[in-house]
Design a protein around this ligand. Structure first.
Ligand code: G3P
Length: 218
């Protein structure tokens, strides 16, 4: 399973890259705004900086909602770097645009996915990645991880090549459960990724090893 970081923070992207486990980056308009990035030139420049840090795929989201607008915006984003993936919302014109990008060898990430039916449509359109938002499904008292499992089952049966990218990850447990449910990729803020490191028995065990070493070695 690939690890993407879900942020537009250059510092956090660098920290995850330094850990040696980073396969890519996802962003969205909310995450860009959180970093104070606004205006098309600044946004394109910020994506360029992210692409200069990571070799893997970097999802850059369109804000247009009509077919022509999505295609024009996506083409501008795709020109930034070869590892840009155009992130397109799960709407009718979005699906049409994903088919257009697929036919023109531009990678896509279909975002705001909340149902298996949406997942089938995105795969039919040839999306490179599919982003089911598991945290937001949990927020309405449904089960986000079950959604990943259902989509994984359908994609396996049908032989769809679209990669399932579990998004809206809120905890380390979400990462582990997404792996079990068949996600090809998780995209997570840095916190839940670093949370995977933690176990009290690791801390206790390490403390004892070091104490025993000090006793034996003075
Ligand atoms: O990858 C999508 C993600 O950024 C949404 O996360 O926590 O806003 O639901 P969240």
């Amino acid at each position: 399973m690939k690890f993407f970081i879900d942020t537009a923070s250059l510092d956090q992207i660098k920290e995850a890259k330094d850990l040696g486990i980073l396969d890519g980056v996802t962003t969205n308009p909310s995450l860009m705004a959180k970093e104070g990035i606004s205006g098309e030139a600044n946004i394109l420049n910020h994506y360029k900086q992210i692409c200069d840090i990571v070799d893997g795929d970097v999802s850059a989201e369109v804000i247009s909602t009509d077919f022509e607008g999505i295609v024009e915006e996506g083409k501008r984003l795709a020109e930034i770097a070869p590892n840009i993936v155009v992130k397109v919302p799960m709407i009718k014109d979005g699906i049409k645009a994903i088919r257009w990008f697929t036919d023109h060898d531009i990678k896509t990430n279909c975002t705001l996915v909340f149902s298996p039916g949406q997942a089938i449509l995105a795969a039919k359109a040839g999306a490179t990645y599919l982003s089911p938002f598991i945290g937001r499904v949990d927020d309405i008292n449904w089960d986000g991880v079950t959604l990943i499992a259902e989509i994984a089952e359908i994609y396996a049966i049908q032989g769809y090549e679209t990669e399932i990218l579990a998004a809206s990850i809120r905890s380390s447990k979400h990462i582990v459960e997404s792996a079990k449910a068949g996600a090809d990729v998780i995209t997570s803020p840095l916190g839940p990724i670093l949370g995977l490191l933690k176990h009290p028995l690791t801390d206790i065990g390490l403390e004892k090893f070091l104490a025993d070493y000090r006793k034996a070695n003075g």
